[in-house]
Write a protein that binds this ligand. Structure first.
Ligand code: SF4
Length: 391
């Protein structure tokens, strides 16, 4: 990583040239009412005054950096966090007004906002109606109330179901819900119930992640103290297997390791991360990518963010060709579209195929039309297959 605020010459030329980039926008809203025990995303539990300062700083950053992508035809906007639905309605509307002043969206743009189920009220929905939001991403995690309490989530299972119905009644059909499996003491039966409820809800998009014990989280500390244990691999595989079988039977495409969607309902914004498209990340802790070789991360400090008078404190990193290859392998192989070998250099392709040989033989990988893909068997061991192909 380069030191904070250091912008190498190559990055400056990136900033000049990048106006031709058609890229999406990510906005990080760093507020949560309380912290979930497993979460390592950057957020604070600060109050209203900080939220006001944040929106002012965000407007400034937007103005300053809008030309890093083509602001006249933005294909997607993803407002995540933290918890965007923790912003008061007046600040949410102020934020959207500023977005509208800086960027014009493509006609079919996908505009997503993350919400917490217990923040979903008629007044939030009425406010979103005044914005271009056309997709809702809801952190449900599980439909078990006892597990929700263990995770320190704010909502209950019935609040999640009600929130989905409230959005539907208001005409929002494009809803995604997040689930987590491998929770402490979660049985296979409990997970099957989660999947069944999610599939029966008929939401067009579902993301499901295995619980990870990230350093610095309350969950990690509980693990160190012997209070919780990671789910055994065998159980995690059974859970994942049930998820893939159940969604497939319901006609839901498994288009990325952790993501499932009805045809035509894949998350376009997230897909652009996986296919190497550029994106502009705004807000503390947000990441940006020029679609070529420069990554930027804003510092994870709300205080520094609101105090900045010019560009916000950040770091940039120029990827080497090998790092770009590694990222390409990692992101492309996670998707059903796989890794097209013709996007690699000759040297990279030959390294890739050499490292893939064993996995092609044992059936973890398949090669079709010059594209490498994980097989169903390979998806279960994707981490080791992908790391074997890297430099
Ligand atoms: S999971 Fe979401 S709501 Fe929970 S602490 Fe993390 S960002 Fe906040």
């Amino acid at each position: 990583m380069l030191p904070q605020m250091y912008i190498p010459v190559s990055t400056k030329s990136f900033i000049r040239n990048v106006v031709t980039n058609t890229g999406g926008i990510y906005i990080h809203v760093p507020f949560c009412q309380k912290r979930c025990i497993y979460c390592d995303f950057y957020s604070t539990t600060y109050g209203l005054e900080w939220k006001r300062l944040y929106v002012s700083a965000l407007k400034r950053e937007m103005q300053l950096r809008r030309l890093e992508i083509d602001p006249s035809r933005v294909p997607s906007l993803y407002i995540g966090g933290g918890t965007p639905s923790q912003l008061p309605v007046s600040l949410l509307l102020e934020m959207f007004q500023a977005i509208g002043g800086c960027f014009t969206f493509a006609e079919d743009a996908e505009i997503t906002i993350e919400v917490n189920p217990d923040d979903v009220t008629q007044s939030l929905i009425d406010a979103l109606y005044q914005t271009p939001v056309n997709r809702i991403s809801m952190g449900v995690q599980t439909f078990s109330d006892s597990l929700l309490r263990l995770l320190n989530r704010r909502h209950t299972s019935s609040q999640a179901l009600e929130a989905v119905q409230l959005f539907r009644r208001a005409g929002y059909e494009n809803i995604s819900i997040d689930l987590i499996y491998g929770l402490p003491n979660q049985s296979l039966e409990s997970w099957k119930h989660d999947v069944d409820v999610a599939v029966n809800l008929g939401v067009p998009h579902l993301s499901a992640y295995a619980l990870s014990y990230e350093e610095g989280t309350a969950l990690h500390k509980m693990q160190e103290e012997g209070l919780v244990e990671e789910a055994p691999d065998e159980l995690s595989w059974q859970m994942y297997g049930y998820l893939t079988d159940k969604t497939a039977a319901a006609g839901i495409e498994h288009y990325e390791i952790s993501n499932f969607a009805f045809p035509g309902k894949r998350a376009r914004h997230n897909s652009s991360y996986w296919d190497g498209s550029p994106y502009l990340g705004l807000g503390p802790g947000a990441h940006s990518y020029d679609g070529n070789h420069v990554r930027r991360s804003n510092n994870t400090s709300l205080k520094e963010y609101v105090q900045a008078t010019a560009d916000v404190p950040h770091q940039t990193e120029t990827l080497t060709p090998q790092e770009r290859y590694d990222e390409t392998v990692m992101t492309r192989l996670r998707t059903v579209s796989g890794l097209p070998l013709d996007i690699l250099t000759d040297e990279q392709r030959s390294h890739c195929l050499q490292m893939a040989e064993q996995h092609l033989l044992n059936g973890n990988l398949v090669r079709e039309d010059n594209v490498l893909r994980l097989s169903r068997k390979g998806i279960f061991v994707s981490n080791s297959v992908i790391s074997d192909l890297m430099y």
